[in-house]
Design a protein around this ligand. Sequence first.
Ligand code: APR
Length: 254
Amino acid sequence: METLIRRAASLLASAHRLVILTGAGMSKESGIPTFREAQDGLWASYDPQQLATPQGFRANPKLVWEWYQYRLGLVEQAEPHAGHLAVAALEERARGAVVITQNVDGLHARAGSRDVLELHGSIRRFKCLRGHRGMSMDDLAGQEGTPPLCPRPGCGALVRPDVVWFGEQLDHVVIQRAFVESEACDVMLIVGTSGVVHPAASLPYQAWNRRARIIEVNPVPSELTDLAHVFLQGPAGQVLPNVLTAVDDQRTVR
Ligand code: APR
Protein backbone atom coordinates (compact mmCIF):
# COMPACT_ATOMS: atom_id res chain seq x y z
CA MET A 1 0.00 0.00 0.00
CA GLU A 2 2.85 2.38 0.84
CA THR A 3 4.27 2.03 -2.66
CA LEU A 4 0.86 2.73 -4.16
CA ILE A 5 0.42 5.79 -1.95
CA ARG A 6 3.83 7.07 -3.06
CA ARG A 7 2.94 6.47 -6.69
CA ALA A 8 -0.34 8.38 -6.28
CA ALA A 9 1.46 11.17 -4.45
CA SER A 10 4.02 11.58 -7.20
CA LEU A 11 1.26 11.86 -9.81
CA LEU A 12 -0.54 14.42 -7.66
CA ALA A 13 2.62 16.39 -6.87
CA SER A 14 3.39 16.82 -10.57
CA ALA A 15 -0.18 17.42 -11.74
CA HIS A 16 -0.68 20.48 -13.91
CA ARG A 17 -4.43 20.28 -13.88
CA LEU A 18 -6.19 18.23 -11.24
CA VAL A 19 -9.79 17.09 -11.03
CA ILE A 20 -11.13 15.41 -7.90
CA LEU A 21 -14.36 13.51 -8.54
CA THR A 22 -16.30 12.39 -5.47
CA GLY A 23 -19.38 10.34 -4.65
CA ALA A 24 -21.35 9.24 -1.63
CA GLY A 25 -18.46 7.22 -0.17
CA MET A 26 -16.61 10.50 0.39
CA SER A 27 -19.13 11.51 3.07
CA LYS A 28 -19.73 8.13 4.68
CA GLU A 29 -17.24 8.72 7.48
CA SER A 30 -19.08 11.97 8.28
CA GLY A 31 -22.10 9.81 9.11
CA ILE A 32 -24.00 10.22 5.84
CA PRO A 33 -25.09 6.88 4.37
CA THR A 34 -24.17 5.99 0.79
CA PHE A 35 -26.87 4.94 -1.70
CA ARG A 36 -26.15 1.49 -3.07
CA GLU A 37 -24.22 -0.36 -0.40
CA ALA A 38 -26.07 -3.57 0.33
CA GLN A 39 -26.20 -3.35 4.13
CA ASP A 40 -26.56 0.26 5.13
CA GLY A 41 -27.00 2.20 1.86
CA LEU A 42 -30.05 4.47 1.68
CA TRP A 43 -31.60 2.48 -1.13
CA ALA A 44 -31.47 -0.71 0.96
CA SER A 45 -34.57 0.39 2.86
CA TYR A 46 -36.11 2.93 0.44
CA ASP A 47 -37.22 2.79 -3.15
CA PRO A 48 -35.44 5.40 -5.30
CA GLN A 49 -38.40 5.48 -7.72
CA GLN A 50 -40.64 6.71 -4.92
CA LEU A 51 -38.21 9.12 -3.33
CA ALA A 52 -35.84 10.44 -5.94
CA THR A 53 -37.92 10.99 -9.08
CA PRO A 54 -40.26 13.79 -10.18
CA GLN A 55 -43.02 11.14 -10.49
CA GLY A 56 -42.44 10.06 -6.90
CA PHE A 57 -42.75 13.66 -5.73
CA ARG A 58 -45.96 14.21 -7.71
CA ALA A 59 -47.42 10.96 -6.29
CA ASN A 60 -46.53 11.67 -2.67
CA PRO A 61 -44.95 15.10 -2.05
CA LYS A 62 -45.25 14.74 1.73
CA LEU A 63 -43.31 11.47 1.82
CA VAL A 64 -40.54 12.82 -0.41
CA TRP A 65 -40.34 16.12 1.51
CA GLU A 66 -40.07 14.30 4.83
CA TRP A 67 -37.39 11.98 3.51
CA TYR A 68 -35.29 14.93 2.34
CA GLN A 69 -35.85 16.70 5.67
CA TYR A 70 -34.50 13.56 7.38
CA ARG A 71 -31.44 13.62 5.15
CA LEU A 72 -31.02 17.38 5.65
CA GLY A 73 -30.99 16.68 9.41
CA LEU A 74 -28.13 14.18 8.91
CA VAL A 75 -26.22 16.71 6.82
CA GLU A 76 -26.68 19.48 9.36
CA GLN A 77 -25.29 17.32 12.15
CA ALA A 78 -22.37 16.17 10.01
CA GLU A 79 -18.87 17.62 10.00
CA PRO A 80 -16.28 17.29 7.24
CA HIS A 81 -13.79 14.52 8.11
CA ALA A 82 -10.02 14.24 7.60
CA GLY A 83 -10.57 13.10 3.99
CA HIS A 84 -12.54 16.24 3.09
CA LEU A 85 -9.78 18.36 4.67
CA ALA A 86 -7.14 16.43 2.71
CA VAL A 87 -9.05 17.09 -0.53
CA ALA A 88 -9.05 20.83 0.21
CA ALA A 89 -5.33 20.69 1.04
CA LEU A 90 -4.52 18.79 -2.18
CA GLU A 91 -6.45 21.41 -4.09
CA GLU A 92 -4.31 24.11 -2.51
CA ARG A 93 -1.04 22.22 -3.17
CA ALA A 94 -2.03 21.84 -6.82
CA ARG A 95 -2.49 25.63 -6.98
CA GLY A 96 -6.01 25.19 -8.18
CA ALA A 97 -8.03 22.11 -8.83
CA VAL A 98 -11.68 21.51 -9.31
CA VAL A 99 -13.77 19.24 -7.14
CA ILE A 100 -16.63 17.65 -9.05
CA THR A 101 -19.03 16.04 -6.63
CA GLN A 102 -22.19 14.00 -6.86
CA ASN A 103 -22.86 14.80 -3.21
CA VAL A 104 -25.53 17.29 -2.22
CA ASP A 105 -24.28 17.79 1.35
CA GLY A 106 -21.97 20.80 0.92
CA LEU A 107 -19.20 19.17 3.00
CA HIS A 108 -16.41 19.95 0.51
CA ALA A 109 -17.08 23.68 0.70
CA ARG A 110 -17.28 23.47 4.49
CA ALA A 111 -13.87 21.74 4.52
CA GLY A 112 -12.38 24.65 2.55
CA SER A 113 -12.59 23.48 -1.06
CA ARG A 114 -12.97 26.59 -3.21
CA ASP A 115 -14.03 25.39 -6.61
CA VAL A 116 -16.76 22.77 -6.21
CA LEU A 117 -19.12 21.70 -9.00
CA GLU A 118 -22.22 20.18 -7.40
CA LEU A 119 -23.46 17.96 -10.22
CA HIS A 120 -26.58 16.84 -8.36
CA GLY A 121 -27.47 20.15 -6.71
CA SER A 122 -27.73 20.85 -2.99
CA ILE A 123 -29.96 19.47 -0.28
CA ARG A 124 -29.71 22.83 1.51
CA ARG A 125 -31.33 24.79 -1.33
CA PHE A 126 -34.92 24.66 -2.51
CA LYS A 127 -36.92 25.54 -5.59
CA CYS A 128 -40.61 25.49 -6.45
CA LEU A 129 -42.41 23.55 -9.15
CA ARG A 130 -42.82 26.79 -11.14
CA GLY A 131 -39.04 27.21 -11.24
CA HIS A 132 -38.38 29.87 -8.58
CA ARG A 133 -34.99 29.00 -7.15
CA GLY A 134 -32.48 29.92 -4.49
CA MET A 135 -34.62 29.40 -1.36
CA SER A 136 -33.10 28.36 1.97
CA MET A 137 -34.89 26.75 4.93
CA ASP A 138 -35.02 30.24 6.50
CA ASP A 139 -37.07 31.50 3.56
CA LEU A 140 -39.61 28.73 4.28
CA ALA A 141 -39.69 29.15 8.07
CA GLY A 142 -43.04 29.37 9.80
CA GLN A 143 -44.97 27.38 7.20
CA GLU A 144 -47.10 24.50 8.44
CA GLY A 145 -47.42 22.57 5.18
CA THR A 146 -45.31 19.60 4.14
CA PRO A 147 -44.03 20.48 1.66
CA PRO A 148 -44.17 24.25 2.13
CA LEU A 149 -45.38 26.53 -0.64
CA CYS A 150 -43.34 29.01 -2.64
CA PRO A 151 -43.26 32.31 -0.73
CA ARG A 152 -42.90 34.42 -3.92
CA PRO A 153 -45.88 36.80 -4.12
CA GLY A 154 -48.58 35.23 -6.27
CA CYS A 155 -46.82 31.86 -6.65
CA GLY A 156 -47.67 29.32 -3.93
CA ALA A 157 -46.42 26.29 -5.91
CA LEU A 158 -45.06 23.27 -4.04
CA VAL A 159 -41.46 23.59 -2.89
CA ARG A 160 -38.93 20.76 -3.43
CA PRO A 161 -35.23 20.26 -2.77
CA ASP A 162 -32.95 21.70 -5.46
CA VAL A 163 -31.36 18.34 -6.22
CA VAL A 164 -31.24 16.38 -9.46
CA TRP A 165 -33.55 13.38 -9.38
CA PHE A 166 -33.40 10.32 -11.62
CA GLY A 167 -34.70 11.22 -15.08
CA GLU A 168 -33.92 14.94 -14.65
CA GLN A 169 -31.37 17.02 -16.54
CA LEU A 170 -28.28 18.27 -14.75
CA ASP A 171 -27.70 22.02 -14.75
CA HIS A 172 -26.14 22.46 -18.18
CA VAL A 173 -23.58 25.07 -17.11
CA VAL A 174 -22.34 22.77 -14.32
CA ILE A 175 -22.15 19.57 -16.37
CA GLN A 176 -20.58 21.34 -19.34
CA ARG A 177 -17.79 22.70 -17.15
CA ALA A 178 -17.36 19.25 -15.57
CA PHE A 179 -16.77 17.78 -19.04
CA VAL A 180 -14.36 20.56 -20.03
CA GLU A 181 -12.35 20.12 -16.82
CA SER A 182 -12.30 16.33 -17.15
CA GLU A 183 -11.02 16.55 -20.73
CA ALA A 184 -8.36 19.10 -19.78
CA CYS A 185 -6.99 17.52 -16.62
CA ASP A 186 -3.79 15.48 -16.52
CA VAL A 187 -4.64 13.79 -13.20
CA MET A 188 -8.06 12.73 -11.93
CA LEU A 189 -8.54 11.55 -8.34
CA ILE A 190 -11.79 9.61 -7.93
CA VAL A 191 -13.11 9.01 -4.41
CA GLY A 192 -16.05 6.93 -3.19
CA THR A 193 -18.31 6.50 -6.16
CA SER A 194 -19.76 3.30 -7.55
CA GLY A 195 -19.47 4.81 -11.05
CA VAL A 196 -22.90 3.69 -12.20
CA VAL A 197 -24.81 6.97 -12.44
CA HIS A 198 -24.32 8.94 -15.65
CA PRO A 199 -23.32 11.50 -16.77
CA ALA A 200 -21.03 11.72 -13.70
CA ALA A 201 -19.68 8.22 -14.36
CA SER A 202 -18.67 9.26 -17.91
CA LEU A 203 -16.24 11.91 -16.69
CA PRO A 204 -13.37 9.50 -15.86
CA TYR A 205 -13.64 8.08 -19.41
CA GLN A 206 -13.20 11.60 -20.84
CA ALA A 207 -10.08 12.05 -18.72
CA TRP A 208 -8.73 8.57 -19.54
CA ASN A 209 -9.27 9.09 -23.28
CA ARG A 210 -7.13 12.24 -23.08
CA ARG A 211 -4.39 10.26 -21.32
CA ALA A 212 -4.93 11.65 -17.84
CA ARG A 213 -3.61 9.49 -14.99
CA ILE A 214 -6.41 8.13 -12.86
CA ILE A 215 -6.17 7.48 -9.11
CA GLU A 216 -9.10 5.86 -7.31
CA VAL A 217 -9.85 5.59 -3.58
CA ASN A 218 -12.53 3.09 -2.59
CA PRO A 219 -12.74 0.27 -0.02
CA VAL A 220 -13.98 -2.03 -2.80
CA PRO A 221 -13.43 -2.02 -6.57
CA SER A 222 -16.01 0.00 -8.51
CA GLU A 223 -17.18 0.20 -12.13
CA LEU A 224 -14.31 2.66 -12.67
CA THR A 225 -11.46 0.60 -11.19
CA ASP A 226 -10.42 -0.81 -14.57
CA LEU A 227 -9.54 2.74 -15.65
CA ALA A 228 -7.41 3.46 -12.60
CA HIS A 229 -3.62 3.64 -12.94
CA VAL A 230 -3.42 3.56 -9.13
CA PHE A 231 -6.17 1.96 -7.04
CA LEU A 232 -5.93 2.79 -3.34
CA GLN A 233 -8.15 0.36 -1.51
CA GLY A 234 -9.55 1.80 1.71
CA PRO A 235 -11.82 4.45 3.21
CA ALA A 236 -11.42 8.09 2.19
CA GLY A 237 -10.89 9.32 5.75
CA GLN A 238 -7.81 7.11 6.16
CA VAL A 239 -6.34 6.97 2.68
CA LEU A 240 -6.54 10.65 1.68
CA PRO A 241 -4.64 12.05 4.69
CA ASN A 242 -1.88 9.48 3.98
CA VAL A 243 -1.78 10.60 0.36
CA LEU A 244 -1.52 14.23 1.46
CA THR A 245 1.39 13.42 3.80
CA ALA A 246 3.15 11.59 0.96
CA VAL A 247 2.60 14.57 -1.39
CA ASP A 248 4.12 16.89 1.22
CA ASP A 249 7.08 14.52 1.72
CA GLN A 250 7.78 14.55 -2.00
CA ARG A 251 7.54 18.34 -2.19
CA THR A 252 10.04 18.65 0.66
CA VAL A 253 12.52 16.28 -0.99
CA ARG A 254 12.54 18.20 -4.29
N1 APR B 1 -14.49 5.91 1.52
C1 APR B 1 -14.52 5.87 0.16
N2 APR B 1 -15.45 5.20 -0.55
C2 APR B 1 -16.39 4.54 0.14
C3 APR B 1 -16.43 4.53 1.56
C4 APR B 1 -15.43 5.25 2.25
N3 APR B 1 -15.39 5.30 3.57
N4 APR B 1 -17.48 3.78 1.95
C5 APR B 1 -18.08 3.35 0.84
N5 APR B 1 -17.44 3.80 -0.26
C6 APR B 1 -17.76 3.58 -1.68
C7 APR B 1 -18.57 2.33 -1.98
O1 APR B 1 -17.72 1.20 -2.08
C8 APR B 1 -19.24 2.69 -3.31
O2 APR B 1 -18.40 2.38 -4.39
O3 APR B 1 -18.59 4.64 -2.11
C9 APR B 1 -19.40 4.21 -3.20
C10 APR B 1 -20.81 4.67 -2.95
O4 APR B 1 -21.60 4.34 -4.05
P1 APR B 1 -23.11 4.81 -4.22
O5 APR B 1 -23.84 4.59 -2.95
O6 APR B 1 -23.63 4.17 -5.47
O7 APR B 1 -22.97 6.39 -4.41
P2 APR B 1 -22.60 7.24 -5.71
O8 APR B 1 -21.75 6.48 -6.66
O9 APR B 1 -22.09 8.56 -5.23
O10 APR B 1 -24.02 7.46 -6.37
C11 APR B 1 -24.16 8.37 -7.43
O11 APR B 1 -26.54 8.10 -7.44
O12 APR B 1 -28.43 7.82 -6.16
C12 APR B 1 -27.73 8.70 -6.91
O13 APR B 1 -27.76 11.02 -6.83
C13 APR B 1 -27.30 9.90 -6.11
O14 APR B 1 -25.25 11.15 -6.22
C14 APR B 1 -25.79 9.85 -6.12
C15 APR B 1 -25.50 9.04 -7.37
